[in-house]
Design a protein around this ligand. Structure first.
Ligand SMILES: CCCCCCC/C=C/C(=O)SCCNC(=O)CCNC(=O)[C@H](O)C(C)(C)COP(=O)(O)OP(=O)(O)OC[C@H]1O[C@@H](n2cnc3c(N)ncnc32)[C@H](O)[C@@H]1OP(=O)(O)O
Ligand SMILES: NC(=O)C1=CN([C@@H]2O[C@H](COP(=O)(O)OP(=O)(O)OC[C@H]3O[C@@H](n4cnc5c(N)ncnc54)[C@H](OP(=O)(O)O)[C@@H]3O)[C@@H](O)[C@H]2O)C=CC1
Length: 297
């Protein structure tokens, strides 16, 4: 979507950049010329991704560099290490993509206290820790940085069976708005993306294990009748991390093929045939006529 070189001179940190959506967004940012630090717990995974992104066939002239540094986002010391290594290698940091997450599907009453803590610590605490650390660096160095948080649509609607994730993503979303209000005076912007279903191994293994996968078709509730493509999300993420979105802050953009609209009470009537609609129309018109007559009488 953005022109070649649109992110040249920018350095972005992507948490969870070794797999799934974080990897796809990192690939696009690098193609657009950004230097990208990818981090997550498994060094071997991020090393492999960094190697792949640096050696892609058709890598554009002017594509950015990739640095891979292991980091558990629950650990402030490891976050500070990522920040100092990134500054040492690339000279500065312009953007932070909080994309790391943990999740699993389960009835809430089956969860232990630790299960809740595990998810909330990664998603909410990790997002806050990283944002705070990078934000302090930006304020101290007068850099107008940009944070983009990967949320979910159920962060605002709520959802059963993923309660720790919903609670944590909801908290991160309100942090996005709150800090956008507070840090706007430093030129720091914070936004979020709420994706619907985008196939990744990480999400599908934990949210659609068998027999759920055979029981559920994730596309059936989606007005556009398909799942998302990684390129569609990467386009939006790059835009929100770029200067082109310079007057947008505190905003959450939903990208879900219209899935959240399923809440509309009458949105699921595709199964009603044309003949049935004829019948329904006649019935309603008959009822209208009857009530008019009653009014006259
Ligand atoms: C319609 C389609 C919509 C699709 C999109 C919806 C939105 C998607 C949002 C996402 O976030 S997808 C991202 C998915 N990716 C990941 O989760 C990757 C990272 N995850 C992990 O590394 C692990 O899953 C984890 C979150 C760290 C948990 O791993 P693990 O089980 O190894 O951790 P432990 O420390 O051993 O366990 C902690 C605690 O949690 C309990 N637990 C784990 N799994 C379950 C489960 N399925 N059901 C109930 N409880 C579970 C586990 O028993 C531990 O508790 P204790 O037993 O020790 O008390
Ligand atoms: N796929 C989808 O349909 C949707 C995804 N999302 C969101 O998109 C984002 C990416 O998810 P997706 O690509 O699908 O799944 P992945 O499992 O591929 O991504 C999760 C990433 O988080 C990293 N991670 C987990 N725990 C930690 C930790 N403690 N510290 C640092 N990194 C950690 C993982 O790496 P490692 O294990 O090496 O630490 C992994 O790279 C998440 O925020 C998710 O909630 C939202 C809605 C829909």
């Amino acid at each position: 979507m953005l022109r070649d070189g649109a992110m040249q001179g920018k350095t972005i940190i992507v948490t969870g950049g070794g797999t799934g959506l974080g990897k796809s967004i990192s690939r696009y940012l690098v193609q657009l010329g950004a230097n990208v630090t990818i981090c997550s717990r498994r060094q071997a995974v991020i090393d492999e991704t960094a190697h792949e992104l640096m050696n892609e066939p058709g890598r554009p002239v002017g594509a950015g560099q990739v640095l891979a540094i292991a980091c558990d986002v629950r650990n402030p010391a490891e976050i500070e290490h990522v920040i100092s290594q990134t500054i040492e290698k690339f000279g500065r940091i312009d953007g932070l993509l909080n994309n790391s997450a943990g999740n699993f599907i389960s009835p809430t009453e089956r969860l232990s206290y630790k299960a809740f803590d595990t998810i909330v610590d990664i998603v909410l605490r990790g997002t806050y820790y990283f944002t705070l650390a990078v934000g302090k660096y930006w304020i101290e160095n007068k850099i107008p940085g940009t944070v983009l948080n990967i949320s979910t649509t159920y962060a605002t609607t709520g959802s059963g069976y993923v309660v720790p994730s919903a609670v944590a993503k909801g908290g991160a979303l309100i942090m996005t708005k709150s800090l956008a209000a507070e840090w706007g005076k430093y030129g720091i912007r914070l936004n979020a993306i709420a994706p619907g279903p985008f196939p990744t191994k990480g999400a599908w293994d934990r949210l659609f294990p068998e027999p759920l996968a055979s029981m559920m078709d994730p596309t059936s509730r989606i007005p556009l009748k398909r799942v998302g493509e990684h390129g569609e999300l990467a386009n939006l993420a790059a835009y929100l991390l770029s200067d082109y979105s310079g007057y947008i802050t505190g905003e959450t953009i939903t990208i879900d093929g219209g899935e959240v609209l399923a809440a509309g009470e009458f949105s699921h009537l595709e199964q009603v045939s044309s003949e049935q609609w004829d019948m329904i129309e006649q019935t309603i018109k008959q009822a209208n006529r009857a009530s008019k007559k009653e009014g006259q009488g």
